[in-house]
Design a protein around this ligand. Sequence first.
Ligand SMILES: [Zn+2]
Length: 340
Amino acid sequence: MIWIKRMALVLSVLLVMVFVLLWWALNSYSPLPVDAAWQQLPEVGSAEPRLSVRFTGTTTLLISDGETDWMIDGWFSRPGPLQLAFGKIAPEMDAITFGLAANEVDALAAVIPMHSHYDHAMDAPEVAARTGALLIGSAATANIGRGWGLPEAQIRLFEDREPVVLGDFRITPIESRHFEFPDPGLRERALGNPDITQPLLPPVSAFDYRVGKAYVLHVTHPAGTFVVVGSAGFVAGALEGYQADTIFLGLGGLGSQSERYREDYWRETVVASGAARIIPVHMDSLTGPIEGPFLGSARVMSFMGGDAGLTQAFINDKLSRNPDLRLRTLPRYREVVLYP
Ligand SMILES: [Zn+2]
């Protein structure tokens, strides 16, 4: 009888340990791959911008020249890890209200998801509905818009390398590749079968937001020219002829990749665009709060993604070898000067 009691005790202790570990993995976050020495872009007020940017996190960016405001992604919902893995997700209306207010915006010319995964495209139709924006993207993004009831007149399809003009902005989508997950199972789940062929009616599984097409955006404006790489993937040679002075560079997952992949990515984005100024994006948590300081990935996500935390060391090595490069970070929500 004593051994049964002992077994029960051991089992309960084990169970408690598993729960504590699980709670920790779900509710604590890896460090953000951002060096404290990296400087922020100056805030509006210290200089008057011709072109400004506000950053929500991931790749949600509000770009404005004072005449024309447009947004990349417009993603504010933050479903948790368990909901992503086992549940269904849908745009969170309160988070969208909060996000638009924090960005101090109520009218937009366009909202442009970098690809159609939930963390880029899920909220875009609601943002378009509230701001009068065009939703512009792939056929998959269009079907996310239709599923949300966005009128056809507010949906526009990108054609590869066909510029879209918004005021003084000329935005060229360049078809590229999504970040390649090193894990074959996750890669197939997230990137296999890429199309959304029917209007998508949430709530649905996070994995129902198929990738669609992953774009790099090349943006020209009289104030300056920049490139936005929303996902750490690339197509060799794709940026030939698309030079820029600034690159918004997606860093998410880079630390889980091989040294070779990181080197190729750097060459096909930073080097290929000729940009001298790098602004890192998409390195913060997908599940952390929509307000407050940026957090790194939830431990459970870093663990599943196999992230060895090599991103920051890689970037610092590149910066030390290329003294002409400048790296500037973005604060959360505050308006900063992209071009004075
Ligand atoms: Zn994605």
